[in-house]
Design a protein around this ligand. Structure first.
Ligand code: MTE
Ligand code: MOS
Length: 782
C-alpha cells in the first residue's frame, strides 16, 4: 500500500488489505478478463425460458391504421405475441412523466419505437418472426431536427431561462461583440453489454427480474405498474452491467417491462436481449444540440455580457431531458464568471428516439458552448486562448457566484491550470507548433488547454440519498449491500474498501453482493457520479452501527471503558488485551447482539429552488485540466492525438487505481464524442449509424501517442465527503474539450492570424476537411 494515505486511515502499524486509499484492483477484474464474470445473459437459464424480440416502427411519425400479426403468430417456434392492448396495467415506462409507451398505442413517433413483442423458443425464431408483421401506417409530418422544432415550438417540456445581470445592456455597451451558431453532435453510449432483462414469473403473479440497469428501483416500480401490480410484488436484481454510461439509467425499464409483461402472460421465464443494431435504433443517446451565442467583451477578452440559446434534441418523450437540460444551463459557465448572462434552454420534441443520460448528463454540452465562445474571442483578438480563458476564471473571494447563485467555495481552477500548463510545457510547445506549422503546408499541429469544473450532486435534491445493508456472520465475514449499481466504474470495490476501513478488517473478508430492491429500497439511480459519495457514506453508517454495538458489548463483557476499545488490523484492542475480530463477533453473537444493520445517508447543505433556478444544487465541484496536442492532415481531414497531459482532482482518492481508470477512460470517451462518433439520421428519420461499421468509437490505436494523466496531490475535499474523496465518474470526460480545441487550433493555422474556422462537432475527418476547405477558399468567418 504505497498509495497516499487518506485522512481516515490510521497511521498506526501495518494497515489492513484494501484500506481506503489503496490502489487495489477492481473486485471483478480477474473475472472480466477471463470471461467468467456473470452478466445478465450468463445467468443459467430456467426451464422452458422464452426469448423475445421487439417489432419496431419503420416510420418516424404515423398513425397505425392496422396491425396484422397473424404471420408473426404462425412463425416457427412462436409461443405468444403482445402489443398495447395486452398490457394489464399502465402502458408507460417513462421515468419522470408518463409519456413513454411500452408499446405504441396507435401512434408511432420514431423509427424503432416498439409496437409489439414476440416470444419464441429461440432468439433467432423470435427475431425472424418479429419481421413478419404487416403494419399499415398513415404518415404524419415528422419534425426531425432541433432547429425545425424550435421554429414550430415543438417541445417535450417548457423552455427555461436563467438570467443574471443585464446581458442586453452589457452587449450593447461592450467594445467587441461576436455572434455565432454551433452544431454539436450526440453520442451513443455503446456499452459492450447491450440492453437486457430476464423476467421470472413468481407465485401469485409476482415477478423476479434480472435487469442490466443503473436504477433497479425504477425498473421494479415501472414493471409493477405495467403488470397492474405494486412495488412489493416485483424484485429487481443486478450484479453488474457491462458498461452503462447513463444509457442504462432510464432505458432498461422498457426492456424489463416487455420481459415482465410476457412472463406475466405466459407464466414462463422470458429474456429480452437486444442486438446491437436494435439497441442503437431503439434506445436513447446523448442529446445533440444547436447552440447560438451572442457575446460582448473587452480588449483583454473578458466577457462583459453573454446570451446563450441551447436547443437540444430530446426526441419523442421527456425521459430525463428536464434534468439533463438543466445541467446544461448549470454548466455553460464551466470555470468562468459570467456577470451579465441570459441562458435560454429549449427541450425540443423531435420524431426521433428519446434521448437520455450520457456521462456528464448535459453538462458537457453546456461546457462546449462556453469553451467555443472563449476560443472565438481569443482568435478574434489574436490572443492565446489560454490567456482569454484565464481572464474569465472565477475568482476567489470575488467574482465567485454562479449564474444560479451558488457561491464557489472550493475554487482550485487557477492552481490546477497553472500546474498542468507547466507540466505540459504548454508555452514552449505552442511556439514549437507555430514553427512547425510555418514550415509545413499540409500537415498541421494544434494545442489547447481547457479546464473542467463539474458540480457534484443530483440537481433534483431529493435524489441525493442512499441506503445500505451490512451483515456480519459468526465467522467474522461480512456481506455488504447498498442501493448503488456496478457498471465497471468500481463502485462495489470502493464501498467494500470503506467497510473494510470502518471495521478494520481485510477486504477479502467482505462479500460484495448484487443490487437488489428487496435488500435496499427506493434507491436513486447510480448516476451523477455520486455513487461512492452516497453509497460509501450509507455503508459506512451501517458498519458503524454494528461496530458501536460491538464496542458497547465488549466494554460490558470485558469491564473496560468504551474509549479503551479500538478496531485495528483485523483485531480489536480491549483495554490491555487484544482479540481477533472473529472472536469478538462470535462472543457478541453468543450474547445475542444484533450483527446486522442498515445505514442511510443524505447529502447535507444542498437546497435548490427549481422555479427560480437558484440555490445550492451542488455539494461541491470536481476540477481538472488538460492539455491536448493534435496533428491533422489538411488534405484528408484525418487527425491524431499526439500528446495529452491531464491533472485531475479526485480529492483524497478512495482508490487511485480505479480513479485513474475513470480519468483515462472518461477522457477517451469524451475524445470519441468530439472526434469520431457521429450519429447520422436520413431524411426519413432513420438512424443510419447503428453498428460499429458506421459508428466509430475510439479503439486502442486512437489513444494519445503520449498519454500523461496524474491526480492532484493533497487535494482533500473541503466538504466532508466519504474520506474527503471526490466523485470521478463523469468529470474527466469533459477534459476532452481540449482535443476539440486543439483540432480547431490546427485548422485555424491554415488561415490568417485572426481566422475563426467554423468547425462542427464531432471533428470527424469530413468536418475538419470542410473547415479547412472553407478557409482555403477564403470564406473566413467575419
Ligand atoms: N465507468 C465504467 N467503466 N462504466 C460505466 O458505465 N458510467 C459513468 C461513470 N463511469 C460508467 C463509468 C457514469 S455516466 C456515471 S454517472 C458514473 O460512472 C456512475 O458511477 P459512480 O457514481 O459510482 O461514479
Ligand atoms: Mo451518469 S450520465 O449520471 O449515468
Amino acid at each position: 500500500m504505497d498509495a497516499k494515505t487518506s485522512p481516515g486511515q490510521k497511521d498506526a502499524g501495518r494497515s489492513i488489505a484494501g484500506a481506503v486509499g489503496s490502489p487495489i484492483p477492481h473486485d471483478s477484474g480477474h473475472l472480466h478478463v477471463s470471461g467468467e464474470a456473470i452478466y445478465t445473459d450468463d445467468i443459467p437459464e430456467p426451464r422452458e425460458m422464452l426469448h423475445l424480440a421487439v417489432g419496431m416502427s419503420s416510420r418516424p411519425h404515423a398513425k397505425i391504421r392496422n396491425i396484422d400479426l397473424s404471420a408473426v403468430r404462425e412463425a416457427p417456434g412462436v409461443v405468444d405475441v403482445i402489443s398495447a392492448e395486452d398490457i394489464p396495467g399502465q402502458n408507460n415506462c417513462g421515468p419522470v412523466i408518463a409519456d413513454d409507451p411500452i408499446f405504441a398505442p396507435g401512434l408511432v413517433q420514431y423509427v424503432g419505437q416498439s409496437v409489439f413483442a414476440v416470444a419464441a423458443v429461440t432468439v433467432d425464431q423470435a427475431r425472424k418472426a418479429a419481421k413478419l408483421a404487416k403494419i399499415e401506417y398513415e404518415d404524419l409530418e415528422p419534425i426531425l431536427d432541433p432547429r425545425d422544432a424550435v421554429a414550430k415550438e415543438s417541445f417535450v417540456l417548457p423552455s427555461e431561462t436563467i438570467k443574471r445581470g443585464d446581458s442586453k445592456a452589457a452587449l450593447s455597451a461592450a467594445g467587441n461583440r461576436l455572434k455565432g451558431s454551433l452544431n454539436l453532435g450526440g453520442q451513443d453510449q455503446f456499452y459492450l453489454e447491450g440492453q437486457i432483462a430476464t423476467a421470472l414469473p413468481a407465485e401469485d403473479g409476482d415477478l423476479y427480474i434480472y435487469s442490466s440497469t443503473q436504477h433497479p428501483g425504477e425498473v421494479q416500480h415501472l414493471a409493477a405498474l405495467a403488470i397492474g401490480k405494486q412495488s412489493k410484488d416485483v424484485v429487481v436484481e443486478c450484479r453488474r452491467m457491462g458498461g452503462a454510461f447513463g444509457g442504462k439509467e432510464s432505458q432498461p425499464a422498457l426492456i424489463a417491462c416487455i420481459a415482465g409483461l410476457m412472463a406475466n402472460k405466459t407464466g414462463r421465464a422470458c429474456k429480452l436481449r437486444l442486438d446491437r443494431d436494435d439497441d442503437m435504433t431503439m434506445t436513447g443517446k446523448r442529446h445533440d444540440f444547436v447552440i447560438d451565442y451572442d457575446v460582448g467583451f473587452d480588449d483583454t477578452g473578458r466577457i462583459e455580457g453573454i446570451e446563450f440559446m441551447f436547443a437540444s434534441r430530446c426526441g419523442m418523450s421527456a425521459d430525463l431531458s428536464g434534468a439533463i437540460n438543466d445541467r446544461t444551463m448549470f454548466h455553460c459557465d464551466n470555470a468562468y464568471y459570467l456577470e451579465n448572462v441570459t441562458i435560454v434552454s429549449h427541450r425540443c420534441k423531435t420524431h426521433t428516439v428519446s434521448n437520455t443520460a450520457f456521462r456528464g448528463f448535459g453538462g458537457p454540452q453546456g461546457m462546449f458552448g462556453i469553451e467555443y465562445v472563449l476560443d472565438e474571442i481569443a482568435r478574434y483578438l489574436g490572443k492565446d486562448p489560454l490567456e482569454v480563458r484565464r481572464r474569465n476564471f472565477y475568482g476567489i473571494g470575488e467574482r465567485d457566484i454562479t449564474q444560479y447563485q451558488q457561491k464557489i467555495k472550493d475554487n482550485i481552477i487557477e492552481e490546477i491550470v497553472s500546474a498542468v500548463e507547466e507540466n505540459a510545457d504548454y508555452q514552449a510547445r505552442r511556439k514549437d507548433i507555430q514553427a512547425f506549422n510555418d514550415k509545413n503546408e499540409f500537415i498541421k499541429r494544434g494545442i489547447a488547454l481547457t479546464p473542467v469544473k463539474f458540480g457534484i450532486s443530483f440537481t433534483a435534491t431529493h435524489l441525493n440519498q442512499a441506503g445500505a445493508l451490512v451483515h456480519i456472520y459468526t465467522d467474522g465475514t461480512v456481506h455488504v449491500n447498498h442501493g448503488g449499481t456496478e457498471m465497471g466504474q468500481g463502485l462495489f470495490t470502493k464501498v467494500a474498501q470503506v467497510v473494510a476501513e470502518e471495521l478494520q478488517i481485510d477486504i477479502d473478508r467482505i462479500k460484495i453482493t448484487a443490487s437488489d430492491t428487496s435488500k435496499v429500497p427506493n434507491a436513486s439511480a447510480t448516476a451523477a457520479s455520486a455513487g461512492s459519495d452516497l453509497n460509501g457514506k450509507a455503508a459506512q453508517a451501517a458498519a458503524a452501527t454494528i461496530k458501536k454495538r460491538l464496542i458497547k458489548f465488549a466494554a460490558e463483557h470485558f469491564h473496560v471503558r468504551q474509549s479503551d476499545i479500538e478496531f485495528e488490523n483485523n483485531r480489536v484492542r480491549i483495554g490491555k488485551e487484544s482479540i481477533s475480530f472473529d472472536s469478538l463477533v462470535q462472543r457478541a453473537w453468543f450474547e445475542r447482539i444484533s450483527l446486522s444493520s442498515t445505514g442511510f445517508y443524505r447529502t447535507p447543505k444542498i437546497n435548490y429552488d427549481r422555479t427560480t433556478f437558484s440555490g445550492r444544487p451542488f455539494f461541491y465541484y470536481a476540477y481538472g485540466a488538460a492539455v491536448s496536442e493534435v496533428i491533422i492532415d489538411t488534405l484528408t481531414g484525418e487527425n491524431r492525438i499526439l500528446r495529452v497531459d491531464i491533472l485531475h482532482d479526485c480529492g483524497e482518492s478512495l482508490n487511485p487505481a480505479i480513479d485513474m481508470g475513470q480519468i483515462e477512460g472518461g477522457f477517451v470517451q469524451g475524445a470519441g464524442w468530439l472526434t469520431s462518433e457521429e450519429l447520422w439520421w436520413n431524411s426519413e428519420g432513420e438512424l443510419m449509424t447503428h453498428a460499429p461499421s458506421t459508428y466509430k468509437i475510439p479503439t486502442c490505436s486512437d489513444l494519445p501517442v503520449d498519454f500523461r494523466a496524474t491526480m492532484l496531490e493533497s487535494a482533500s475535499n473541503r466538504e466532508e465527503t466519504i474520506y474527503r474523496s471526490k466523485a470521478v465518474g463523469e468529470p474527466p470526460l469533459m477534459l476532452a474539450l481540449s482535443v476539440f480545441h486543439a483540432i480547431r487550433d490546427a485548422v485555424a493555422s491554415v488561415g490568417d492570424e485572426q481566422c475563426r474556422p467554423q468547425l462542427d462537432a464531432p471533428a470527424t475527418p469530413e468536418s475538419v476537411l470542410r473547415a479547412v476547405t472553407a478557409l482555403r477558399a477564403g470564406e473566413r468567418s467575419s
